[in-house]
Write a protein that binds this ligand. Structure first.
Ligand SMILES: Cc1cc2nc3c(=O)[nH]c(=O)nc-3n(C[C@H](O)[C@H](O)[C@H](O)COP(=O)(O)O)c2cc1C
Length: 379
């Protein structure tokens, strides 16, 4: 593993807006997240690790992994499917059943006992799935349009099948599954939930202009394309309260083949409709141009978590990205890969300690190696 040697306090960056770093918010400042006190502004980004048991249950290792990272201001869990038809990858955990919810109690207890806070990311894969991952269930989507490329299955990568287009009643059912899973998650001790509206999964498929070809009230115009996202989020708010609900968005990401025409208008319309719901936060990935990201920041009155690096980009988000986005109005900064390799990331950033680099070969490899064996810098 190689190291990088820089820390937040070493930076003398000029921000896009030209702000003075010294007078600005620091990553180690505390933050009131809708009544939940975060001791710092460092968020662990959601990361699928493909290490549940075959029934989609979280394990003792899952508890150890998150507890090791409990010094994060907030942990957002790996993507967790809210509906049995929404499981995207093999060996990913769920909140689709009471048994799956019960398996998370050991995780939320461990995080809380180590002084942390954790939201569950509700990730419905939609068309990004395979019957081999769901005991034979055909993936579902807004329309019968297959995602390009191949997805993970127990037999290795396989072409994505054409999804079954959801009927009108089923759209309502799948939107409601986020709220039902949110209630199970809160019952299992999570501090809140984040709807996965990013990266080409079900919500993003509805936002899309090429995955969503519906001619009913869920497709076509911007107003119709945002409807599923708004209904799913409102359903979760109704079940557990807006202060316990966030949503993750990745404008223009193109991930898993989703295209979005008029994307800036689309996301501005979405934020406008989410605004009255009193959400804990919007979690934005830097998947589009800075102009659009800054316009979205301006349009959203509430808490903004910024994930500053492109998913799959060669360099994980680091302290320089954090500084830049704090200067540009983000309230909290999420780090993905840096948290895999640095369970003590908060301490390393605060004290300017070297950062270890994560080994991509173990991201989805299963087992405890590359999962719970990254050391802290100090003993
Ligand atoms: C192994 C791995 C798994 C990921 N799984 C998810 C996921 O389940 N949900 C999600 O929203 N993003 C997921 N992401 C994207 C990260 O949350 C993050 O946006 C991305 O890694 C860029 O941030 P970074 O540069 O700090 O790593 C994943 C990324 C990695 C590396």
């Amino acid at each position: 593993m190689t190291s990088q040697t820089f820390g937040v306090q070493d930076l003398t960056l000029t921000s896009v807006s030209g702000s003075n770093v010294d007078s600005m918010t620091q990553l180690h400042d505390s933050y009131d997240l809708a009544g939940l006190t975060l001791p710092n502004r460092v968020v662990m980004a959601p990361m699928t690790r493909v290490r549940s048991n075959p029934e989609g249950l979280a394990t003792a290792s899952t508890a150890t992994y998150y507890a090791q990272r409990a010094s994060a201001g907030l942990i957002v869990s790996e993507g967790v499917h809210p509906h049995v038809e929404g499981q995207s990858n093999p060996l990913t955990p769920g909140l689709a059943t009471d048994e799956q919810a019960a398996s998370w109690v050991q995780v939320t207890d461990a995080v809380h006992n180590h002084g942390g806070r954790i939201f569950a990311q509700l990730m419905h894969g939609g068309r990004v799935g395979h019957p081999d991952n769901t005991g034979g269930l055909q993936p579902v989507g807004p329309s019968a349009v297959a995602a390009p490329g191949r997805g993970f299955t127990p037999k290795g990568p396989q072409d994505f099948p054409t999804p079954r287009a959801l009927s009108g009643d089923e759209v309502v059912e799948h939107a409601a599954s986020y709220g039902e899973a949110a209630a199970r998650g809160i019952g299992a001790g999570f501090d809140g939930v984040e709807l996965h509206g990013a990266n080409g999964y079900l919500i993003a498929q509805f936002l899309s202009s090429n995955a969503n070809l519906r001619t009913d009230s869920y497709g076509g115009s911007i107003e119709n394309r945002v409807r599923f996202a708004v209904e799913a989020t409102a359903g979760a708010v109704e079940k557990v309260g807006g202060h316990r609900v966030g949503i993750r968005l990745s404008p223009d990401s193109g991930i898993w083949g989703v295209e979005e025409t008029e994307s800036r208008e689309l996301y501005l319309a979405l934020l406008e409709q989410l605004s009255p719901l009193g959400l804990a936060y919007v979690h934005l990935e830097a998947t589009t141009d800075d102009d659009t990201l800054l316009a979205l920041r301006k349009a959203w009155d509430g808490t903004l978590i910024m994930n500053p690096a492109r998913p799959g980009g060669p360099t994980p988000a680091g302290p320089e990205d954090a500084r830049r986005w704090l200067d540009n109005g983000a309230d909290l900064i999420s780090f993905g890969r840096a948290f895999i390799a640095n369970p003590d990331l908060v301490e390393r950033l605060r004290d300017g300690l070297p950062l270890a680099e994560a080994d991509p070969a173990t991201f989805y490899a299963g087992g405890d190696r590359g999962y719970i064996d990254y050391p802290t810098y100090r003993a």
